[in-house]
Design a protein around this ligand. Structure first.
Ligand SMILES: [Zn+2]
Length: 422
């Protein structure tokens, strides 16, 4: 009999390990894909005095209270524990293989006399994706769909670069171009300015039946979101609702993937790019809440960054920006832990004396206190390894978030045999 007590199992279980472990049992079938997506899309929010925080992604661990989480955790930890036991002395061969009951067994066990049921078939249709679909397919579908349409067709587009934001509307032979404020995001340009201007056009010209063509799927999704709409979506939904109810206008939106070689769409694309230099463009300077929020956030980040650089701490010596520290290359979990410890400057070799209530450790070769900085940049013991790897002199460069730097630091730790000491 084997007893297991899993402390903090749900919070600490490593997602990748769960998937690797489950893939051996479930292979790459639908259940495996379901669990993979389930683990990938977990988010959480915190509520304090009826105020809800923004949404955070659950980077590690799994959701408590979910049946799938129990299966995933037990499979992951139990197999690991059994693997460890197998390496122990005098133990018979052990394996943990969860048995999945088939539907017929379940029906039999529950005395349900159902014999004719639809079995799940594999899809014969190819999976649709914007990346793999050629523009000729879009073009063909587009012409097929519009050939019998008698309604008005309005094409829109917007684009943004470092110095300008432009938007354009194409309706028959007419082109409308708009210069937008530089702080306006491309999303605001596509979902707010363009659509609002189209609705104005529809109202002024009494267009009874119109289709608005756009290459912005996010704009369409935003506008059709009635459960939790943004300020922009609310505004547009109200406008469309009023036009439909009071004026009995028919308005539809149609998504055309960008650069599908559809002439009208390409015209709109060209027009918004020339909007900034054209004397025919209309200037507008309204900014949405969303853009103001982004500007305030940018300003706050700038102030925080300046404050961060003015401090003199261990961490700001090695991290000069506010970017997240992530692992840009696939890094074994063990080295992720080691590199994170090196970055925060706390490791077993330099800080275990605190727990042991001893004096700080002194380097036998150099006669100075052992610190992460000393090991990586100064220590005579590791000088040859440092120069053979051509490691930079500053701690910030050694520990930077760059694939080569991460590969070098892993090589350094391995060559210096420091894995168990960090
Ligand atoms: Zn030393």
């Amino acid at each position: 009999m084997v007893s297991l007590d899993l402390m903090k199992a749900y919070d600490t279980t490593w997602k990748l390990h769960i998937l690797t472990s489950l893939s051996k049992v479930l292979s790459q079938n639908q259940m495996f894909n379901f669990i993979r997506i389930f683990l990938k899309t977990r988010t959480f929010q915190v509520i304090i005095n009826q105020s809800l925080s923004k949404v955070f992604e659950q980077a590690n661990g799994i959701t408590q209270g979910s049946t799938i989480s129990s299966l995933a955790t037990v499979q992951c930890h139990l197999q690991k524990a059994i693997n460890n036991l197998k390496n122990g002395p005098n133990l018979p061969s052990l394996d943990f293989n969860p048995k999945f009951k088939t539907l017929s067994i379940l029906l039999q066990e529950n005395n349900l006399a159902i014999s004719n049921y639809l079995t799940i078939a594999s899809s014969l249709a190819p999976h649709w994706s914007t990346k793999d679909t050629s523009s000729s397919i879009y073009k063909q579908e587009y012409f097929h769909l519009i050939q019998n349409l008698k309604c008005e067709k309005i094409y829109t587009d917007a684009s943004k670069n470092q110095i300008w934001v432009g938007a354009a509307i194409i309706w028959n032979n007419m082109e409308y171009r708009y210069k937008l404020p530089t702080s306006c995001s491309v999303f605001t340009a596509e979902s707010y300015y363009v659509i609002i201007k189209v609705l104005e056009l529809i109202t002024e010209n009494h267009l009874q039946d119109t289709i608005i063509f756009t290459d912005s799927l996010s704009a369409i999704n935003n506008i059709k979101n009635t459960h939790n709409p943004s300020d922009i979506a609310f505004y547009i939904q109200n406008k469309i609702y009023t036009l439909q109810k009071i004026n009995n206008f028919k308005i539809k939106m149609f998504w055309i993937p960008g650069h599908s070689n559809i002439i009208e769409n390409e015209r709109a694309d060209l027009a918004d790019k020339t909007a900034i230099s054209s004397s025919l463009s209309t200037s507008t300077n309204i900014i949405s809440y969303r853009d103001i929020q982004a500007r305030i956030a940018n300003k706050c980040h700038l102030i925080m960054h300046q404050k961060w650089l003015s401090l003199f701490t261990k961490l700001n010596q090695i991290k000069h920006n506010k970017d997240n520290w992530t692992f840009l290359i696939e890094t074994p979990r063990k080295f992720e832990v080691i590199i994170t410890r090196l970055r925060i400057g706390h490791s077993q070799i330099s800080h275990s004396f605190l727990m042991a209530k001893e004096e700080p450790p002194i380097c036998a070769s150099c006669g100075v206190q052992i610190t992460i900085k000393h090991i990586l940049t100064e220590c005579r013991t590791y000088l040859n390894i440092q120069s053979s790897l051509n490691l930079p002199e500053s701690l910030a460069e050694i520990l930077q978030n760059h694939p080569k730097a991460i590969a070098d630091i892993i090589l350094f730790i391995t060559t210096a045999n420091l894995q168990s000491k960090i």
